[in-house]
Design a protein around this ligand. Structure first.
Ligand code: VG1
Ligand code: CO
Length: 543
């Protein structure tokens, strides 16, 4: 086996976004593209000599090839060992867990998450640090800097490793441990939740449908829900990972998981429904006849977490990303616990979790998680819900309605304008930013602006400052609109408009969200001129 050095040149725009580097698959497959970025990661973390890494991905097209390249580069550059899932599969939370469990020097995750896969779809790669979490900004800055100076990389000339079976093998002088991607994760879940109570729930006739969306959670859900917890065979649908996710978007929201929504809205629907995304870190939660929005789910999980053994001693605090609704804030206030507001992206929760300041975290984009790993965790959220249902034996609809009666309801929606020309999206955004200072006191339709600013975050643990994290405008009604540009897209710009209005009148808790938000939607248009700037009459995706 020979080590070879390949000359290369920096490739433009290898800049990690909200969660690693995401590009069109054919871009990632281009000459030196993957190798340059892997080299930049290695350089950005001070080399891999003597280090141990975790490696795995969501099984999308090119996952297998990319894993072999990364293994050969790590071996050539002196890594001591790599722990890799069978067939190079690992869900993002399972990878985070393995990094922590095995005390490795971090890990590489091959995924573009909820973005579609396949030769025409997207691919992605991110580095997670030894705490198991996505690299924070100072690390991604170093990686990006390294992409701009990379001039060569070394790689072993070797045949592909057989990753189809568990076992330990060698690649040059590097040890490669191939393991079942599910086992350690399933064992961790068993320590957090009352599996006996959940088994009893299923044994009593409780029914569920879990849509794995042809993505990585299939094997996890089959093993845990049907295998360990006794859910009826067939509970898990679309449970075999496919390289192009069956041609769909593995994005668990009412648009892309419409099959599940239709099933759950039928008169003979199962009691509980859930879906997860490409890499298994997001979740969608439904009951018979009800959809539980991610911000509400975070609030309810916070209110009921003590029902699960892993959280029986209470929560240290909670954290939510800035655009996530304030529903959880009310629960935190009622329970007398700290509630942190962070920028978008799971990397910002890491310090709070490490410092023991927060136990649960969540994002409006269907991410929920806790201090058990340092990533959001789709199946974990599903299991916490199941534990709560096993303990309360209440219906999802009753739990949700009861929550709103007690705390009020934060009506919430996100409107996405996708693939907008970058200059047009920037014109809207920069123009609005320039006017923020003059908005307070102005009235737009039925609403008056109370505050307007650009969100910036000072990390309370390490003092790091993150500027330019979204434009937020609060109304005197308690409502709010937030504007952000996505950091995970691969074509053009995606404008996200987050809309929220607070309702405490018990007679008005059951409205359609878009109707309840009509004044906020109109004010957002009046303030930002979305239609004129984007040339769109309506959002592409409403969640
Ligand atoms: C989106 C979501 C954000 C999430 C990120 C990664 O980012 O809005 O909440 O953390 O995706 O999730 P953006 O920059 O496009 O808004 V995943 O499951 O795609 O790794
Ligand atoms: Co994801």
């Amino acid at each position: 086996m020979q080590k070879i050095t390949v000359q290369t040149r920096p490739i433009d725009a290898q800049k990690p976004g909200t969660s690693g580097l995401r590009k069109k698959t054919h871009v990632f497959m281009g000459p030196h593209y993957l190798e340059n970025y892997v080299q930049a990661i290695f350089d950005g973390i001070g080399g891999v000599a003597g280090k141990r890494l975790v490696l795995g991905g969501d099984g999308r097209y090119f996952n297998d090839r990319a894993a072999q390249v990364i293994l050969r580069m790590a071996a050539a550059q002196g890594a001591a060992g790599v722990i890799v899932g069978v067939n190079a599969l690992l869900s993002t939370p399972a990878a985070s867990h393995l990094i922590r469990l095995r005390g490795t020097d971090g890990g590489l995750i091959l995924s573009a998450s909820h973005n579609p896969g396949g030769p025409e779809g997207d691919f992605g790669l991110k580095y997670n640090t030894p705490n198991g979490g996505p690299a924070p900004e100072n690390v991604t800055d170093r990686i990006f800097a390294a992409t701009q100076t990379v001039s060569q990389y070394t790689i072993l000339e070797a045949h592909d490793l057989d990753l189809t079976r568990p076992g330990t093998t060698a690649l040059g002088e590097m040890t490669v441990e191939i393991l079942d991607p599910v086992a350690d994760y399933a064992a961790l879940m068993e320590t957090l939740f009352d599996f006996d109570a959940i088994r009893a729930l299923f044994a009593s006739g409780f029914t569920m449908r879990f849509d794995a969306m042809h993505a990585v959670t299939g094997p996890y859900a089959h093993a845990i829900l049907e295998g360990m917890l006794g859910a009826a065979p067939g509970t898990v649908v679309n449970g075999t990972p496919s390289p192009d996710f069956g041609g769909g978007h593995p994005d668990p929201n009412p648009i892309w998981a419409k099959d599940l929504v239709d099933r759950m809205m039928a008169p003979d629907a199962p009691d509980f429904g859930a879906a997860s995304d490409g890499d298994g870190d997001r979740n969608m939660i439904m009951g018979r006849g009800v959809y539980v929005g991610p911000s509400d789910s975070l609030a309810l999980l916070t209110a009921h977490a003590h029902r699960a053994p892993g959280y029986a001693r209470g929560l240290k605090g909670v954290a939510r990303s800035m655009p996530t609704s304030g529903a959880v804030d009310r629960v935190a206030a009622a329970l007398g616990m700290a509630c942190y507001e962070t920028p978008t992206g799971w990397k910002f929760f890491g310090n709070l979790l490490d410092a023991g300041r927060a136990t649960l975290c969540g994002e409006e984009s269907a991410g929920t998680g806790s201090d058990h790993v340092r990533e959001k965790d789709g199946l974990w959220a599903v299991l916490l819900w199941l534990n709560i249902l096993a303990d309360t034996r209440a219906s999802m609809a009753d739990l949700l309605a009861g929550h709103w009666r007690r705390y009020g309801r934060n009506y919430y929606s996100r409107h996405d304008y996708e693939d907008v020309a970058a200059d047009r999206a920037n014109a809207l955004y920069d123009g609005l930013r320039a006017r923020l200072g003059s908005l307070a006191g102005q009235t737009f339709g039925a609403l008056t602006v109370a505050s307007a600013d650009e969100f910036a975050y000072d990390d309370p643990v390490d003092g790091s400052h993150s500027a330019a994290q979204g434009l937020r405008i609060g109304f005197t009604s308690g409502g709010r609109v937030v504007f952000r540009l996505s950091g995970t897209g691969t074509v053009g710009a995606t404008l996200r408009v987050y809309l929220e209005e607070v309702e405490t009148d018990p007679a008005r808790l059951d409205r359609d969200a878009q109707e309840a938000l009509a004044d906020v939607i109109a004010a957002a248009e009046a303030i930002a001129g979305i239609k004129a700037h984007t040339g769109r009459e309506a959002p592409d995706v409403i969640t």
